[in-house]
Design a protein around this ligand. Structure first.
Ligand SMILES: [Zn+2]
Length: 176
């Protein structure tokens, strides 16, 4: 386990200049938090914008070291750890303009997005941890103030976010 942890690159988020752009998006400085991902051109509603990538880790492989890194939950006990690709730099918004595709493997546009607009997803749409939260500075009129895991969302927010959430959350919460 400790050997695994030593192999993990803790500095991925400092190598912004090395992050590969895609045809539609690139990393830039963000007014929300340090860096963010921005549209290089207008993006149409429903367009698939970016793949969701990372190193897949089981809960048992997660230590205090890499828990402090960016983890995206993709199933009960399974996570994608950030590895410094462009999808790792997307900020949260309580009023997101991208969400997960039905297979959970990409982000797609929830509405038309203008050139130079920041791409944001809602971090609650992957997280099922009842203890996790972060204070939110997204500035949206819909801002919840605290971003939490799915278990702590109110019924209205769950219903709104479920269709753009990771598939395992649709499986867990779809009939509730
Ligand atoms: Zn917010």
């Amino acid at each position: 386990m400790s050997q695994n942890n030593q192999a993990i690159d803790n500095n991925w988020n400092q190598k912004v200049d090395e992050v590969a752009d895609t045809e539609a998006a690139e990393v830039r400085k963000s007014p929300i938090a340090g860096t963010g991902v921005f549209a290089k051109r207008p993006i149409k509603k429903d367009e698939v914008v970016l793949p969701v990538t990372g190193k897949k880790l089981h809960e048992s492989e997660i230590s205090e070291v890499n828990r402090s890194l960016s983890l995206l939950q993709v199933d009960t006990d399974w996570y994608l750890m950030a590895t410094g690709t462009i999808d790792d730099f997307l900020n949260h918004s309580c009023d997101p303009n991208v969400g997960f595709t039905p297979d959970g493997q990409s982000f797609f546009a929830l509405r038309d997005i203008a050139k130079d607009e920041e791409l944001c997803w809602d971090y609650s749409t992957c997280d099922n941890d009842p203890e996790w939260f972060m204070d939110c500075l997204c500035g949206s009129p819909k801002c919840r103030g605290k971003v939490t895991g799915f278990p702590n969302l109110d019924a209205e927010t769950r219903a709104r976010l479920l269709p753009i959430s990771q598939p395992y959350l649709r499986r867990l919460y779809g009939n509730k």
